[in-house]
Design a protein around this ligand. Sequence first.
Ligand code: SAH
Length: 243
Amino acid sequence: MLNNIRIILVHPFHPGNIGSSLRAMKTMGLTSLTLVSPQCFPDKAVYTMAAGAADLVDNIQVVSTLAQAIANCSLVAGTSARQRSMEWPLLTAAECGQQVISAASKGEVAVVFGREKTGLTNEELQLCNYHVMIPANPGYSVLNVAQAVQIIAYEIWQAYQVVDEKACINNQPEYPDQASMAQFYQALEKTLTDINFIIPQHPGALMAKMRRMFNRTRPELAELNILRGILSRIQQNASGKND
Ligand code: SAH
C-alpha cells in the first residue's frame, strides 16, 4: 500500500527542503518523491538534509508539470494552508491519511505540496480531488513545506497501522486515473461549447465548478464510462449523425 503513495513537491526552491521531505517520508515508510520542475536539483544540500534517507534520492522522479506527475493517480490530495475563493472539498490531515490509505489499496495516490513562497495555484489545486488543510494556529498556520510533509506522512502511517488491507482491497471500486479525468473534462468542455452552453468569449467558472462537482462525487470507472457514452451520443446528435 505504502508503495502506491507518492509525495509531490511543486517547484521546490530550497534543495534542503527536498532532503528534509525525504527524511520525513522515510520515517513514515514512504519512499516515492516526485519533483515538478525543481529550482535546484540535484544539489548537495539534498543529501545533507536527507541524512539517513539519502538512499531515496536515487528514486526521485523529476517532471515538468503537475498534470504529468499525477496522470496515473486515481486519488490526488493537494495541501494548502489558504482558503480559496472557490472552495474545494476539504480534508483535515487525519482524514487525508485515511483516504490516502484506503485508495492506495487499489491504485496510485499522490499528495501534492506547493512552492515555499506562493504555495499551489488555484489551477493546480483544481487538479486535485481534495484540499487538505493541516489544522493549525489561525493566527499563523503556514508550516515549512517539509514539516507539512512530515505531518501528512505521519497521518498516513497512523492510518496504515489500523487498516484492514484485505477488506480495503475488496471494498474499493475501480476509479479512473487523472489522465482519464482530464480527457473527460476536455470532452465535456467541447460538448458544452458545441451545444452553445459554454460561450467561448464568456466561459466563466463553469468548468472549474464541474471539476469540483466531479471531484466531490468521485465517479467510479464504470460511471465515468457511462458519462463518456452520454457525451458522445450528445455529440452525434448535435452534428446530426444520430442513428
Ligand atoms: N505562502 C504560501 C505558503 C506555502 S507553505 C501560501 O500562501 O500558500 C509551502 C507548502 O506547505 C504549502 O503549499 C502546502 O503544500 C504546505 N503547507 C504549509 N502549511 C500548511 C497547512 N497548514 N495545511 C496544509 N498544507 C500546508
